[in-house]
Design a protein around this ligand. Structure first.
Ligand code: ADP
Ligand code: ASP
Ligand code: MG
Length: 443
């Protein structure tokens, strides 16, 4: 069996929904993981934001606008009124639930329940569409099996056992539909796998069932595979046909938006290949991510925004031991992961992307040394061949960044990447200059 995940644009309109039918009804058994229709989760985030700020009127207005959008999609999607009636009813049920939540007190749980509606509706619409066409499919609610533990990590044992139980309902259907993104947390409440989390749902399902049952996870989106630079900012990018799990995981973690930051880890853990495909060009082979890939000097570049740099300087650090432990403890006690780190004799520079406990961390670090915080930073990650026995320490990267202030460099931590910290304002010129120097043949 294969797991196919379709992103927001792949279900973004009635035509796009219809285009999925030939892709998924080829007679091979598959689990189809769907995102919400493009733009929906953004609107639901906006509705929750208004709800949390107490502006229920604006939240309700936006909810009604979204409801109308869905009714117009349902009005076009089905050929027979019997099926569109069913769709209109389920849309009203979901939106009435949102309005009922809006009349209660705001809570994080209510926010997550609002955010879950997009995937619940898109999967139900596809299920009805297939039924109208006489194509049997089984709709398995993700909230019946997808679960994260107290650390926010997938609870694989629970997921496997519960998904297997759900799949016992399978008769002769070849298509199993489920929601991406949504899950339950350790308290059994509705939760989610963070923005873009449907990719992660797909690979978690693959890993939970294991490589004997799932031969490949396919992530279908609006571009033919992972490009060697961010196509939103750089012209003349090209598809990277093969990536190793490690290379893809670094690119995803450091900002390649085509993949959720954690989505490669489950596939790597169980050695299940991941293929990135384009719903608008299904013939294109896309990108294959697997255990090994050909090494190249430079393969791809990604950028991650929203990074905060923290510098701790203390003369007492010179020749002393125990400083690092105290610094790391400050981050550990506030459950804040460190992304990049560089050290000198008297100072440590590091980056985080979660500012929730920044004030508390800053106060704790102030007892160790002088602390400086810099926001609006971006990590540029260059993936290529950086094995330690290679000669030539990537001169093209530093030539490309000649005119751009470089704040930190992490070289040697990974055999397949170099990370560089710059101001976010310099990101676009940095990506473009790097493209020119590292991939001159496609400029
Ligand atoms: P989906 O809704 O299908 O999950 P996303 O918007 O999350 O789609 O991801 C696809 C988008 O990622 C592309 O349209 C592209 O603009 C963007 N993107 C950013 N970096 C890359 C990259 N290196 N390769 C391909 N696409 C990228
Ligand atoms: N719908 C969710 C989001 O927009 C999950 C996803 O699309 O992967 O973040
Ligand atoms: Mg996505």
């Amino acid at each position: 069996m294969k797991v196919y995940k379709f992103g927001g644009t792949s279900v973004g309109s009635p035509d796009r929904f219809r285009d999925l039918i030939p892709l998924i009804s080829d007679g091979e058994l598959k689990i189809v993981v769907l995102s919400a229709m493009a733009g929906t989760t953004n609107s639901l985030v906006e509705i929750s934001g208004l709800f949390s700020s107490g502006d229920r009127e604006a939240a309700t207005l936006l909810t009604e606008q979204l409801r109308e959008r869905y009714h117009s999609v349902a009005g076009e999607l089905y050929s027979e009124t019997a099926w569109s009636e069913k769709a209109h009813n389920l849309i009203d049920e979901q939106f009435n639930f949102i309005t009922s939540l809006l009349s209660r007190d705001f809570s994080l749980h209510n926010e997550r329940r609002i955010l879950a509606r997009g995937e619940l509706i898109s999967t139900a619409l596809l299920h009805l569409l297939l039924s109208e066409r006489g194509i049997p499919s089984l709709l398995v609610p993700a909230l019946n099996f997808m679960r994260i533990d107290k650390d926010g990590e997938p609870d694989y044992f629970y997921i496997r056992e519960n998904l297997k139980r759900e799949l016992t309902a399978l008769k002769d259907e070849k298509i199993i539909i489920t929601q991406g993104f949504i899950c339950r947390n350790v308290n059994g409440e509705t939760d989610n796998l963070k923005r873009g989390g449907s990719d992660y749902s797909a690979t978690i399902i693959g890993a939970a069932l294991g490589p004997k049952e799932v031969q490949e996870v396919q992530i279908w989106t609006d571009i033919s595979g992972l490009h060697n630079n961010d196509p939103r900012y750089v012209e003349n990018t090209r598809v990277v046909r093969d990536l190793s799990f490690s290379e893809a995981a670094e690119l995803a973690f450091f900002g390649a938006k085509i993949l959720h930051p954690s989505s490669i880890n489950p596939a790597r853990m169980k050695n299940i290949p991941v293929r990135l495909k384009n719903t608008m060009e299904p013939e294109d082979e896309g990108t294959l991510i697997s255990a090994s890939s050909a090494l190249e000097d430079y393969k791809a570049i990604a950028a991650k925004d929203g990074v905060i740099a923290i510098r701790i300087r203390s003369d007492r650090m010179m020749m002393a031991y125990g400083f690092m432990r105290r610094i790391f403890e400050a981050f550990e006690s506030y459950r804040t992961p460190i992304d990049m780190i560089t050290t000198s004799e008297v100072s440590v520079s590091l980056t985080i992307d979660d500012a929730t406990y920044l004030d508390e961390i800053q106060r704790t670090l102030a007892s160790i040394g002088h602390v400086e915080i810099e926001r609006n930073q971006t990590i540029i990650c260059v993936v290529g061949d950086f094995r330690p026995d290679r000669v030539g320490s990537a001169p093209e990267i530093f030539e490309a960044l000649n005119e751009i202030p470089v704040k930190m460099i992490s070289y040697g931590g990974s055999e397949n990447s170099v990370s560089i910290l710059i101001n976010t304002g310099d990101k676009i010129p940095a990506l473009r200059e790097l493209s020119k120097k590292l991939f001159p043949e496609i400029q």
